[in-house]
Ligand binder design. Structure first.
Ligand code: PMP
Length: 360
């Protein structure tokens, strides 16, 4: 078989965090902890679980592809128009829709060094040429990214904050950059961790939606809302842009359970507040604990932080696995000296720090 796009043969599949059940099978234990995929340690909202149970009898029917109820609620909560949304099987799929609609052989897609890996994988699979702008202090260097833009550029991906480096861009820098991007290129501003961002100077991309029609924000129910296993994310942009993406969306891409659970999760303010409170104190615990171990950390953001390990991350990653703790090695990101850890419950954060201390 011949690949449709030359880039497919060079692709390395996305390497997700090691599944918890897999490690428990390997070690023959039942109390391993996974702090590797930036998931919500509190789990899904009880309201989401109740909504799932209630909708089970309807599973013989196809879902409504446009997710009308979820769309209406989000539009109300975010003070936007229902036509400004598109839904996906995770926000990963929304990014893929943008690639499918706009990129392909003969086009170029710009990403930053150390950026979230899914962008480059989707772009390369489409046959587009991926142009990687060197990072500055592990973050997106917008000048370097701007200098790569040309007549063939179709997409520019920006992670704000970036996973795994935790870096984020402020409103002023982003606005100047988006303003400089020509209208034949779409800026995808990935805000997967927005709800978990505390920094006063972290910008909500909605402020630019009126001004720039070549801007799409992406968000997800996988992080703050604790529904990673259900796969539901969305894009926000100009209605004409959303209509363009609808052309390439599979008719039933967001399943019934995901739609009702996401809708219910949006109404559970108490669960979101509990998540944010756990996250805030967890970030402090991890940051202080890692610093007390004498480690250098990258800025914590969202619900994770990356840190450097003397002698390389892989050895420490494997030693932690043997102690029932899963974190994320960053070798696939070209950061072999770093590991990334997600905020867990207080007891999980403590266990990770204790085990890490032992290993070091
Ligand atoms: N963007 C970033 C920056 C992420 O870290 C992740 C999840 N690892 C995603 C997008 C994808 O999230 P989803 O589950 O919505 O596909």
């Amino acid at each position: 078989l011949e690949y449709a796009a030359a880039g497919v043969s060079d692709l390395r599949p996305y390497q997700p965090g090691k599944p918890l059940a897999e490690l428990e099978r390997e070690l023959g234990i039942r109390d391993a902890i996974k702090l590797a995929s930036n998931e919500n340690p509190l789990g899904p909202s009880p309201l989401a679980l109740a909504a799932i149970r209630e909708v089970l009898p309807a599973l013989a029917q196809y879902p409504e592809g446009s997710a009308p109820e979820l769309r209406a609620l989000l539009a109300r909560q975010l003070d936007l128009d229902p036509g400004q949304f598109i839904f996906g099987n995770g926000s990963d799929q929304v990014m893929e829709l943008a690639v499918r609609a706009f990129a392909g052989p003969g086009t170029e897609v710009i990403v930053s060094q150390y950026a979230f890996a899914a962008y480059a994988i989707a772009a390369q699979a489409s046959g587009a040429t991926v142009r990687v702008a060197p990072a500055r202090d592990y973050g997106h260097d917008l000048d370097a990214m701007a200098s790569l833009i040309n007549a063939n550029t179709r997409l520019v991906f920006i992670a704000n904050p970036n996973n795994p480096t935790g870096t984020y861009l402020t409103a002023e820098a982003l606005e100047t950059f988006i303003d400089s991007v020509p209208s034949h290129a779409l800026v995808v501003l990935d805000e997967a961790y927005l709800e978990l961002m505390d920094a006063a100077d972290y910008p909500d991309g909605r402020r630019w939606l009126r001004r720039f029609s070549n801007l799409m924000l992406t968000r997800t129910f996988s992080k703050a809302y604790g529904l990673a296993g259900l796969r539901c994310g969305y894009g926000i942009g100009h209605p004409d842009l959303m209509a363009a993406l609808e052309r390439v969306r599979q008719p039933f891409n967001v399943n019934t359970l995901a739609q009702v659970a996401a809708h219910a999760a949006l109404t559970d303010h108490a669960h979101l507040q509990a998540t944010l409170a756990n996250n805030r104190q967890g970030i402090v615990a991890l940051r202080d604990g890692l610093c007390n171990l004498g480690l250098t950390i990258l800025p914590p953001a969202g619900n994770f932080t990356a840190f450097a390990v003397p002698g390389g991350g892989q050895r420490v990653y494997e030693a932690l696995l043997l102690r029932g703790v899963i974190v994320r090695p960053l070798t696939p990101y070209g950061m072999p000296d770093h590991l990334r850890v997600s905020v867990g419950l207080p007891v999980e954060n403590q266990r990770f720090l204790t085990m890490l201390g032992e290993v070091l």
